[in-house]
Structures are given as structure tokens and as C-alpha cells.
Design a protein around this ligand. Structure first.
Ligand code: SF4
Length: 359
């Protein structure tokens, strides 16, 4: 193909995505395997789709790690796992005031979503209850989406969260069914799928994504994207491995910025109308090409990750402004969905632009 034909080919994939059709395996693999000389043409195609659904808005998410380390599971990429020797802070569930302070910070940072994340295979009843009580208060105070990520949950637990005002639940599939045993053996891919289905049945919005750079193949990525599409999750965090010393995957640096950008474009074309978030590992893997990621993705984390730091909020605000993009606080959307029907003015201050690895 000459250069015009190649441009037309990538645009034909965008046309397909905009028509709601799924890319074939060969088409998707062509995106992932394209040489870097095709990168801008691929991003241009992905941007057409991103712009159709999200304009030039960028959603910000802020994480709080409400329970760190001490996990029974053996996920090879995670600094909090039972097999990790990484030097991280380890603590049990923080108190309600700390969770509320995090919400205030998220609001001040213009986060659309406050993500309350706790380590562990699954939350205990007591832990879930404590977190739910904090969420009730957050939803009274802020017009902000609340997402929980607490491990494996069943439908009854998800229904309790929904009743308390939780909007979204995160549980990443991370990789394909075939590659999962290379990353974790203390729970299965099906356990993870079951949790994603349970939260959907309870009426929570689903958030589930991937972790790339762990030795997965392009076919694994295609299988995963097909599963996420079938599960119809609204939000897809794309984590790239930040190999933390002391974890089994320490030293595994197989990603390049170009590869990461092609993966982001691939997810945009596979799941066109979904919130694609550049997540943990953004700074170490995309490096100086981070801004280009926002031509495919429409969401980032602000203020760092669970066990690793990230760009400063000021640097991220500047990146968004330099692109000519805008922060999407999502207030109108959150309110119109009835998520915060009782939302009141924030208890303190107003939001201004003064301003690791997720798992
Ligand atoms: S990813 Fe979650 S379940 Fe796995 S080791 Fe880390 S905290 Fe535990």
C-alpha cells in the first residue's frame, strides 16, 4: 500500500468503529503491529472516533489507597501482594475522615471521579460498611462520581454499594483468560469476570481494564478487548506495567511509547464510545509522548497512583491546556444521571485549576 492507501485504511477502521462494528482480529492486529511511521495516521483515525464521542474533553480521576499492602493474592505486578518484597506503606482500612479529606482533594483537583481503592482479595463486611458510610457523606457533599475498587465482590455486596450511592465499581480483567495464570494463580480470570457481571447486575457502572507489558501477545489483547466489549463496561483503564523493584515482574520493561500509543488507539477503535483512561505507568512508559495519548484516550488519573507517584497536577493541567483540550468535570452528567440527586454545594472551597501503577 502506498501512503495514501494506508491513510485510507486506518480511516476505514475509524469508519467501522463509528458505525458500531467491531474490528476483525486481523484489523486489530494491524493496528498493534504497525510500524511507528504509521503512528500519527493511526492516532488521527482514533482521534476522529474519540472526538465524535467525547469532543476534546479530558476526564480526571483521583485515587485514594484506603488499605495498602497485606494482600493474600499473588498478582505478580503488584507491590501489595503477598509475594512482593517492595518497600511500600502497609496499613489497614483508614478512617472515615481520611476518605472524606480525599474527596475534598479530588473535588479541588477537578476530578470527575473519586476512586476509593483498597488492597485485598475481597472486602470484609466491616470494611465495606465503613467505606459505604463514607460514600453516603461524599455524595451529600460533592457532585462527583464515586468509584470503589475493593477486589472480588458478589451481587449482594454490589447492591449495598448501589443503595449507598456508589456510582461505579472497578475490577480490572487485566489480560486475557489465557495469559491470566502467568500473572496470578490465587484467583482466576473467571472470578474477575464474575465480579464485573455482579456489579452490572446491581446497576453499578462497570470499570474494567487492562495491564499491558506483562508478556501478553497481541492476540491476548484482542481477546481481552472483545471480552470488555461484550461486558459493556463504561470505563476502561489502560495500565502499562511499571515494574516495581521487589515484585516478581521487576525489571520487565518491554513497552515503548509507540507501543503504548498503538494500544490506546486499539482500545479506542475496539470500544469506541467508552471512557478510555491512560492509567498507571503513564509517566514511565509514554514518557515525552504522553500528550499524544490523549488523541485516543479521554481520561487520565491525576495526583499519582496507589503505590507510585505520578506527574504533578500542574503538569497535567498544562498538558491538557497545551493540547487545546478541556477538563471535563462531568458535573452536568453526574447530576443528570441522578447519581447525586441530593447533591449540595461543596462543604469547603471551590474547584480551581490552580493547580505507580493503579493496582
Ligand atoms: S492487584 Fe489487588 S488482589 Fe492482586 S495482589 Fe494487588 S491488591 Fe491484591
Amino acid at each position: 500500500m502506498d501512503s495514501t492507501e494506508r491513510l485510507d485504511y486506518w480511516q476505514s477502521l475509524a469508519d467501522k468503529a463509528l458505525r458500531g462494528e467491531m474490528l476483525t482480529r486481523d484489523e486489530a492486529l494491524a493496528v498493534l503491529r504497525a510500524p511507528n511511521t504509521e503512528l500519527l495516521a493511526i492516532l488521527q483515525a482514533a482521534f476522529r472516533v474519540r472526538r465524535h464521542f467525547f469532543g476534546v474533553k479530558v476526564r480526571l480521576n483521583m485515587l485514594i489507597n484506603v488499605k495498602s499492602g497485606l494482600c493474600s493474592e499473588n498478582c505478580g505486578y503488584c507491590a501489595q501482594s503477598v509475594v512482593s518484597k517492595a518497600k511500600i506503606d502497609k496499613y489497614g482500612l483508614v478512617d472515615k475522615e481520611t476518605i472524606l479529606q480525599g474527596a475534598e482533594k479530588a473535588y479541588q483537583l477537578q476530578a470527575e471521579t473519586y476512586c476509593i481503592v483498597g488492597s485485598g482479595r475481597a472486602p470484609s463486611d466491616r470494611e465495606l460498611q465503613q467505606i459505604i458510610e463514607a460514600v453516603r457523606e461524599i455524595k451529600q457533599r460533592y457532585p462527583m462520581r464515586v468509584c470503589l475498587s475493593l477486589g472480588l465482590v458478589n451481587e449482594e455486596q454490589a447492591a449495598r454499594m448501589k443503595a449507598a450511592g456508589v456510582d461505579r465499581y472497578n475490577h480490572n480483567l487485566n489480560t486475557s483468560a489465557g495469559h491470566t495464570p502467568a500473572l496470578v494463580t490465587t484467583h482466576t480470570y473467571q472470578d474477575r469476570v464474575h465480579t464485573v457481571r455482579s456489579v452490572a447486575k446491581a446497576g453499578l457502572t462497570g470499570c474494567s481494564g487492562c495491564l499491558v507489558g506483562t508478556g501478553e501477545t497481541d492476540d491476548d489483547l484482542y481477546d481481552l478487548a472483545c471480552e470488555l466489549r461484550a461486558l459493556d463496561v463504561e470505563s476502561i483503564p489502560v495500565n502499562s506495567l511499571h515494574p516495581i523493584p521487589g515484585t516478581p515482574l521487576a525489571g520487565k520493561m518491554e513497552l515503548t511509547p509507540g507501543r503504548c500509543l498503538k494500544i490506546l488507539a486499539f482500545f479506542r477503535l475496539m470500544c469506541p464510545a467508552k471512557e478510555i483512561r491512560i492509567s498507571g505507568g503513564r509517566e514511565v512508559n509514554l514518557r515525552s509522548l504522553q500528550p499524544l495519548g490523549l488523541y485516543a484516550a479521554n481520561s487520565i488519573f491525576i495526583g499519582g497512583y496507589l503505590t507510585t507517584g505520578g506527574s504533578s497536577p500542574e503538569a497535567d493541567y498544562a498538558m491538557i491546556a497545551d493540547l487545546g483540550f478541556e477538563i471535563d468535570t462531568g458535573k452536568e452528567q453526574v447530576l443528570s444521571q441522578g447519581d447525586t440527586g441530593e447533591a449540595q454545594a461543596p462543604v469547603a472551597g471551590t474547584a480551581t485549576a490552580s493547580g505507580g501503577q493503579v493496582e
